[in-house]
Design a protein around this ligand. Structure first.
Ligand code: NAP
Length: 307
């Protein structure tokens, strides 16, 4: 077990990411005391019941008072308002970070609220599940996953190094990236795929009305994987699309062009085009497995569902 990286950490928002951070920090002995705050009394009660956080506070001011690190773990659309609320209560020398899935918008909405003498180091762990809430977290969520630090222009190098040590202690591999590049990369790897999954499940839902329960009954791996992604938290994903608008629309435009090309290949019977395309995409899957970011086991290593 390593020495604590921070004496006092405050987690604002107590959902999947915050609860996983808490368990991972406890596992690694990375924080002296962890306080927590969630918007609803129900989430705070759940947190107290399951021992999530050393101290669950009933106000955001109490949670951040005297904290060395404050982590904003709320939906991206709520980050600015939360930053405004915590600002007067932050300790001089504290670091404020976040875990939001979009970075430019968070920098623009949070940054202006933070007082002099408080360090701001935005971050984004590339790890998650379709579950949300205080009971969904687990210590291993970040193991061997990437966490991208997105320092702002005047981020203090020592504050960045300390946050890196925390994420590495929680099991993550850490890289640094510029905010706009982050948002474009994530539009390709996460945001647009989620939109496509939401759309496909929506289409199948329309079809289900026609074919009764066949879509559910015969839901094979491809569709089941879409439904898992499309079960992700509606608030979080609404905010992702509203705040990463330009990059998502750019990638969606390219996606639509490729889709039309494949559509034409199917209509004209151009098997060569389809085969070449699928060979190229298969290589991408191989690369992900070789990089240790997924399993090569059939069906993602899951057991076959009971008939
Ligand atoms: P979550 O499980 O839905 O939890 C969100 C938490 O934020 C809840 O505890 C909620 O409180 C709280 N909250 C919402 N608005 C608030 C406000 N105005 N003030 C205080 N607390 C507020 O969400 P999550 O999956 O952990 O996501 C949190 C952040 O991490 C998001 O910015 C998301 O983009 C990012 N992220 C998510 C994933 C993922 O796969 N889920 C991966 C990487 C990054 P109540 O429970 O009281 O409503």
């Amino acid at each position: 077990m390593s020495a604590p990286v921070y004496t006092r950490v405050a987690l604002i928002g107590l959902g999947l990411i915050a609860s996983s951070m808490f368990w991972a920090m406890k596992r690694g002995g990375l924080a002296g005391e962890v306080t927590g705050f969630a918007k609803s009394g129900a989430s705070r009660e759940t947190a107290r019941r399951i021992g999530l956080c050393d101290r669950v506070c009933d106000s955001v001011a109490e949670a951040v008072a005297d904290a060395d690190l404050v982590v904003l773990c709320v939906p991206v659309g709520a980050m600015g308002a939360v930053a405004k609320e915590i600002a007067p209560h932050l300790k001089v020398g504290a670091t404020v970070t976040d875990v939001g899935s979009v970075k430019r918008d968070v920098i623009d909405t949070v940054g202006p609220h933070l007082p002099e003498g408080v360090h701001f180091v935005p971050a984004h762990p590339l790890a998650g599940t379709e579950h949300s809430g205080p009971e969904s977290g687990f210590a291993e969520l970040f193991d061997n996953r990437w966490c991208l630090l997105v320092p702002v222009e005047d981020s203090d190098p020592d504050a960045v190094a300390k946050l890196r040590a925390l994420w590495e202690g929680m099991g993550a591999n850490v890289d640094e990236m510029d905010a706009d590049h982050h948002d474009l990369v994530l539009a390709v790897t996460s945001h647009t795929p989620h939109l496509i999954a939401y759309t496909m499940v929506g289409v199948a839902d329309d079809l289900r009305r026609v074919t009764d329960s066949e879509v559910i009954k015969y839901s094979a791996a491809g569709f089941r994987d879409f439904t898992r992604i499309a079960a992700s938290d509606p608030t979080m994903w609404r905010d992702v699309f509203l705040t990463n608008k330009d990059a998502t629309l750019e990638i969606l435009g390219r996606f639509t062009e490729e889709l039309f090309a494949l559509q034409r290949a199917i209509r004209t019977g151009d098997g060569e085009h389809l085969h070449e395309y699928f060979t190229r995409t298969r290589e991408i899957r191989r690369g992900i497995i070789e990089a240790g970011q997924d399993t090569a086991a059939p069906n993602f290593g899951r057991e076959a569902p009971k008939a």
